[in-house]
Design a protein around this ligand. Structure first.
Ligand SMILES: NC(=O)C1=CN([C@@H]2O[C@H](COP(=O)(O)OP(=O)(O)OC[C@H]3O[C@@H](n4cnc5c(N)ncnc54)[C@H](OP(=O)(O)O)[C@@H]3O)[C@@H](O)[C@H]2O)C=CC1
Ligand SMILES: C[C@H]1O[C@H](OP(=O)(O)OP(=O)(O)OC[C@H]2O[C@@H](n3cnc4c(=O)[nH]c(N)nc43)[C@H](O)[C@@H]2O)[C@@H](O)[C@@H](O)C1=O
Length: 321
């Protein structure tokens, strides 16, 4: 049934609304669409359009009538932010996605891509994690509020698809990094947090950099340019009820990641560990064979991606200070 709804994004002059276009993911998707010749991108900053405000979202869709929607606006953060602001992570995300998905459907959008996250899967899911592991066990407590919102997003897309035969699809990215990431010292994800900490330690001549947790958790990292490529690939080629994992297959321990970032940044001091900070889920390597079977593969290695991201950080974050 779901396979008959399909309407590939192919009209390069059709209006595409990229929600969250100044974030890590949204900005990479804009770069990718522009590179591919999409000429009619509709973009609104958070200040111009607060997606938690239902009537503003309704008015925007009624006025602009986009043809395609990529939902990359969300309340996003690392383990500390997720654990500290659970109300924001569940409420803001439920509001944004419910408003955007409903208005998109109601105002004639042809196709919508919702983005979830690998944290939707149970804490002790089988590895690599197949799409079918969804809702088969308890979630990781540090991000269950965000995960519940993301699971609701997948289910909302499926419900509109089933009831209205409307082409809403969902992609589940693994941990991402790249240009326009959030480098906040506490609220960011591990990779930008460590890049900033090692850089500042190198500049200040500090002897040690402290990394959170035990260093043993495993994480899979995907460069955001690969993710953007996968998102456009899905819009152009995928139409199905089930969400699709988007991973790189490149898994490292946090200790290995810290050593790699240290090397790329050129910090020559020691690594220390703060085991009072949570490790989070022990491992979340996704099984991305479904996307691979459709013909998509990632291109950027972790080492190259780290080098490119550090150059971007030096040119855009440090130079701007
Ligand atoms: N980063 C990662 O590692 C991963 C991300 N994802 C998913 O990818 C998507 C994008 O994440 P990412 O790019 O990293 O996040 P960012 O925080 O970098 O970007 C999110 C964007 O959403 C905007 N936004 C937030 N709240 C609102 C609002 N109420 N109204 C309008 N705009 C709003 C932000 O604007 P402003 O900053 O002005 O508030 C920002 O531009 C999310 O759905 C996330 O769950 C999935 C897996 C991993
Ligand atoms: C994408 C995904 O991201 C989040 O989950 P997470 O993978 O646990 O995210 P994280 O990047 O913050 O941490 C990864 C690991 O790294 C360790 N770690 C070491 N040192 C720092 C550090 O300095 N900062 C952070 N943040 N972590 C550190 C940290 O202790 C943990 O073991 C979700 O909440 C949710 O947002 C989500 O879906």
């Amino acid at each position: 049934m779901s396979e008959t709804i399909g309407s590939e994004m192919c009209d390069k002059s059709g209006k595409v609304f990229v929600a969250g276009h100044r974030g890590l993911v949204g900005s990479a998707i804009v770069r990718k669409l522009e590179q591919l010749g999409y000429t009619n991108l509709i973009l609104r900053t958070h200040a111009e359009l607060d997606l938690t405000r239902q009537s503003d979202v309704e008015s925007f869709f009624s006025l602009e009538k986009p043809v395609y929607v990529i939902l990359a606006a969300a309340k996003v953060g690392g383990i500390h932010a997720n654990n500290t602001y659970p109300a924001d992570f569940i409420a803001v995300n439920l509001q944004i996605q419910t408003n955007v998905i409903h208005s998109a459907y109601a105002h004639g959008v042809k196709k919508l891509l919702f983005l979830g996250s690998s944290c939707i899967y149970p804490k002790f899911a089988p590895q690599p994690i197949p799409e079918s592991a969804l809702l088969t066990g308890p979630l990781e407590p540090t991000n269950e509020w965000y995960a519940i919102a993301k699971i609701a997003g997948i289910k909302t897309c499926q419900a509109y698809r089933i009831q209205y035969k409307w082409d809403a699809i969902s992609g589940m990215p693994t941990n991402l990094y790249g240009p326009n990431d959030n480098f906040h010292p506490e609220n960011s994800h591990v990779l930008p947090a460590l890049m900033r900490r090692f850089h500042e330690a190198k500049v200040s001549g500090a002897e040690e950099v402290v990394v959170w947790g035990t260093g043993s958790p495993l994480r899979e990292f995907l460069h955001v340019d690969d993710l953007a490529d996968a998102c456009v690939f899905m819009l152009e080629r995928y139409s199905g009820l089930e969400h699709v994992n988007i991973g790189s297959g490149q898994e490292v321990t946090i200790k290995e990641l810290a050593e790699l970032v240290k090397e790329v940044v050129g910090f020559e001091g020691k690594l220390g560990w703060d085991s009072s900070k949570p490790d989070g889920t022990p491992r979340k390597l996704m099984d991305s064979s479904k996307l691979a079977s459709l013909g998509w593969t990632p291109k950027v290695s972790l080492r190259d991606g780290l080098r490119q991201t550090y150059e971007w950080y030096l040119e855009n974050v440090c130079a701007a200070k």
